[in-house]
Design a protein around this ligand. Structure first.
Ligand code: ZN
Length: 526
């Protein structure tokens, strides 16, 4: 198709000029005559904090593009990581300012444990916190522990490992123990996700990646944060629709349901409120995900539960009754099974059709679980970027060859008829649905190993997953995800044709910018 007609931000039709002339008086805009328009890409699992994190020190292993398009070099050793933090420390003016670093990935450093002593050597007077790439673990220095009241003996919590001296080592695992320290080290998730400057930088990343709709998958959404979200997305120059999901943590299940009910009517066409995110377990590469027997390949102890089963059941049941959609993070297959068993029970009490509750990540589900997912009316959003970023580690260390070959089983989802999307979980890995689609089609690890031929998907299936597929998991497919009459005029504007780039080279597709509701955004416009 050569043309698309739009009016008031909505698509009238796509086809030949002659067919579209019938809509009446028109102006022909040929700015994109030599470009390719795709439906605006939908990132069904990412976090707004990616924007704000760029104000902090990036200490990830891989090179990474900033919102402004500058490439930051990765840290290839622990010493390089510590040196980068020390250099950032030297640039801080205020003596009490915290020093936050992000995207640390010890699995690339033989899983060496980082201790508070190493961070104390950078500063013992200002709080330092380094978030792991998984987002589920943080290393802090003694000052940060002290400010949170944790620099003492006698702590008995599985998320706080202790050293020989009986004091915390500075590693914090899981939201229970990370949250109280986060606020002292500049990592308050609420602040990060509604930081106005960070939101604009996130918008820039969206334009660069061809994304027009993005989730913020774990937000607490206090009143002032909602106000900021409404204010920023309400600006005509803001280039993305944002779908924040209310995080279950830190609030009673009853209050959670009530809060989300109150949020829903505050939605606008660029801010979609009224959904819940539950986190059931941790991360596989951090060994905090809950796995069924036989557990971790390297013998690591099983991971952590982030919610009590009764609370999970309460939230799922009451959300079903009230028509509130729930997305549930389950990395390990034991966590997935808990959600499946609970859904089966609560659906008997509160029958619902077309609920589209979605399992997020769902990385280790086997075929039998996919059949249950189908039967219960669930969707999955698979973490395809894992094949590239941690595929080698999964094969060698975390789950071993057999399960690594069927991780993020998009092929099985297709065969079993389970609606699915694929995601980046930015900032865990960089935002970029075309790259994510490439990962799902090729399943190639950083070292070049192919993980699971049978789980590869085709170009059509992958492009659908990052558009209509993701829109479907958000109940937004009636207005987003394809170029057709009546849908919003949201497009990714590409320099290359994905069909020509093909399975092998889709990740090299160059993005010119986006169109949102008929407004054009180039990469330098935001
Ligand atoms: Zn996430």
């Amino acid at each position: 198709m050569r043309h698309v007609a739009i009016r008031d931000g909505v698509i009238l039709g796509a086809g030949d000029l002659e067919e579209l002339r019938g809509w009446g008086q028109h102006r022909i805009d040929d700015r994109f005559a030599d470009k390719v328009l795709m439906p605006g890409l939908v990132e069904g699992h990412c976090h707004l904090q990616e924007g704000a994190l760029w104000s902090h020190t990036y200490v990830g292993f891989f090179d990474r593009m900033s919102p402004e398009g500058e490439m930051q070099a990765g840290c290839k050793t622990v010493d390089e990581m510590l040196a980068k933090l020390a250099a950032a420390e030297a640039r801080l003016d205020s003596p009490d300012a915290p020093l936050p670093g992000w995207s640390l990935d010890p699995i690339y450093f033989d899983n060496q444990k980082i201790t508070r002593h190493q961070l104390d050597a950078i500063s013992s007077t200002r709080p330092i916190g380094v978030m792991h790439a998984s987002g589920h673990i943080m290393n802090v220095n003694s000052k940060a522990l002290e400010l949170a009241g944790l620099m003492r003996t006698g702590i008995n919590h599985e998320g706080v490992p202790l050293g020989n001296d009986g004091l915390p080592t500075g590693e914090l695992r899981g939201p229970d123990v990370m949250s109280p320290v986060s606020i002292h080290v500049g990592f308050d998730r609420d602040m990060l996700s509604c930081d106005e400057h960070g939101m604009w930088r996130f918008g820039r990343l969206c334009v660069r990646a061809g994304v027009t709709t993005a989730t913020d998958l774990a937000a607490r959404l206090p009143e002032d944060a909602v106000e900021t979200l409404r204010h920023v997305t309400g600006n005509d120059r803001y280039p993305a629709r944002i779908v924040p999901l209310r995080f279950h943590h830190g609030v009673s299940p009853e209050d959670l349901i009530a809060h989300v009910e109150a949020l829903a009517p505050q939605s606008t066409d660029k801010l979609r409120l009224g959904r819940i995110k539950i986190v059931v377990d941790g991360s596989i590469q951090g060994f905090t995900a809950r796995l069924r027997a036989p557990g971790y390949y390297n013998g690591a102890p099983n991971g952590l539960w982030y919610i009590a089963p009764e609370q999970l059941a309460y939230i799922l049941e009451h959300a079903l009754r009230k028509g509130i959609q729930v997305h549930t993070h389950t990395n390990g297959d034991e966590a997935t099974q808990l959600v499946l068993d609970t859904m089966r029970r609560v659906l008997r009490k509160a029958p619902a059709r077309d609920h589209r509750f979605t399992l997020q990540h769902c990385q280790l589900a086997d075929t039998a679980q996919f059949r249950q997912i189908k039967e219960l009316g669930l969707c999955v959003n698979l973490f395809a970027n894992h094949h590239h970023y941690w595929g080698d580690q999964h094969y060698e260390l975390t789950v071993g060859p057999e399960r690594a070959e069927r991780m993020n089983a998009a092929g099985t989802a297709v065969r079993e008829g389970v609606p699915f999307a694929v995601h980046s979980d930015a900032p865990i890995t960089p935002l970029g649905p075309l790259f994510t689609a490439w990962c799902a089609m090729n399943r190639r690890t950083a070292s070049g190993r192919i993980l699971g031929e049978a789980e590869k998907i085709t170009l059509d299936q992958a492009l659908r997953a990052i558009t209509l597929g993701a829109a479907y998991t958000l109940h937004l497919d009636k207005e987003l995800g394809s170029i057709e009459t009546g849908k919003r005029a949201d497009f990714a504007v590409l320099e290359d044709d994905p069909e020509e780039m093909g399975v092998e080279r889709l990740n090299e597709t160059r993005v010119w910018g986006t169109v949102l509701g008929g407004k054009v955004f180039g990469t330098c416009d935001v």
